[in-house]
Design a protein around this ligand. Structure first.
Ligand SMILES: Nc1ncnc2c1ncn2[C@@H]1O[C@H](COP(=O)(O)OP(=O)(O)O)[C@@H](O)[C@H]1O
Ligand SMILES: [Mg+2]
Length: 315
């Protein structure tokens, strides 16, 4: 299968502290992969490494990020700017980081289409209406003259998604795209991303702390903990047979899986990047921990069954 994105051995630091450890994963064309894990595990840093929009203090010490065969980390900022908003689109948690409050939806969308495609105002306006229709914005002619604050969170997120469609983005990185929205709207936005994947073959990296949400949509799943990938599998395999104790703990904390029981949240919190933990970084929170084994060496992803990888020294 054709790989669109491939991250190889990505190591990211803030000063002496390491935030991402040897991240490896790839996305085939037309795949939706979920990158999941609790808050603070390094999901956004992974996304921002791909976009090359990291905080200034972040240092990528080693690694490669291939997009369509080209290492993004070697591109000039100008080339990267062309890719962003053109071939790679970011859908952030808060749509206001992408929308300008001072301009109408129509102005922003039409301007963005003109910048990326060079078409005339009228052609861009037609295209804008077409993509707003694709993302199911009602009453489009009127909506074009709305300012962002006049739209709901869900509608704003649809506008951002329509921008990705207008430029025919090949890769959409959606970083907690529905976290700020209420539950019924969350499903509508996820359904929309799913439709885009199916209708246009768009590749999607879906970042989420919410396994219940991603379970219905992702083809494949990567689970992240404390800057490392700890499990990787197809969604089907993962939800049938989660291997890593961290994944199991995450799954047990889902209300939908455990409706009758009191939710069992995972004790404690993920470590900060400054915290030094020998061996497996999950061991202090792990119910299966055997200190003599789990602090002695660092676990790496190993294939446990066909295409199903886990990084645990015990299981
Ligand atoms: N600019 C920064 N300086 C120092 N540490 C940071 C910075 N940005 C993120 N981190 C740390 O890196 C870790 C991963 O952050 P992040 O990728 O935002 O996690 P997630 O998106 O999974 O919630 C966190 O522990 C966070 O505190
Ligand atoms: Mg994040």
């Amino acid at each position: 299968m054709d790989k669109l994105l491939e991250i190889k051995n990505l190591n990211l630091f803030f000063g002496e502290y390491q935030a991402l450890y040897g991240i490896n994963f790839s996305l085939n064309k037309g795949e939706m992969r979920a990158l999941a894990g609790e808050s603070g595990c390094g999901k956004t840093l992974t996304a921002m490494s791909i976009m090359r929009l990291l905080p200034k203090s972040a240092i990528i010490k080693s690694g490669e990020i291939f997009f369509d065969g080209e290492n993004l980390l070697n591109l000039k900022e100008k080339q990267m700017r062309e890719l962003r908003g053109n071939k790679i689109a970011l859908i952030p948690q808060d749509p206001m980081t992408s929308l300008n409050p001072l301009y109408t939806i129509g102005n922003q969308l039409i301007e963005s289409i003109r910048v990326h495609t060079g078409v005339s105002y009228h052609q861009a306006r037609r295209k804008a209406k077409e993509v707003l229709d694709l993302v199911k914005i009602p009453d489009i002619d009127n909506k074009l003259s709305y300012y962002p604050h006049e739209l709901s969170g869900g509608m704003k997120q649809r506008i951002i998604i329509s921008m990705a469609l207008a430029t025919k983005a090949e890769l959409i990185i959606a970083d907690e795209p529905t976290t700020a929205l209420d539950v019924t709207i969350q499903k509508q936005i996820m359904d929309l991303l799913d439709e885009i994947k199916k209708d246009f073959g768009t590749t999607i990296l879906l970042i989420s702390h919410d396994l219940a949400l991603v379970s219905n949509y992702a083809d494949n799943i990567s689970i992240m903990y404390a800057g490392q990938l700890v499990e990787e599998a197809t969604s089907e395999d993962f939800f049938k047979n989660p291997v890593h104790p961290y994944s199991n703990a995450l799954l047990r904390s889902l209300p939908s899986r455990n409706p009758a029981l009191k939710l069992k949240t995972i004790e404690g919190a993920p470590p900060s990047i400054q915290e030094e933990i020998n061996g497996c970084k999950f061991h202090p929170r792990c119910e299966f921990c055997d200190l003599s084994i789990c602090t002695a060496s660092k676990p790496v992803l190993k294939e446990k069954s066909n295409g199903h990888y886990s990084a645990c020294l015990i299981k």
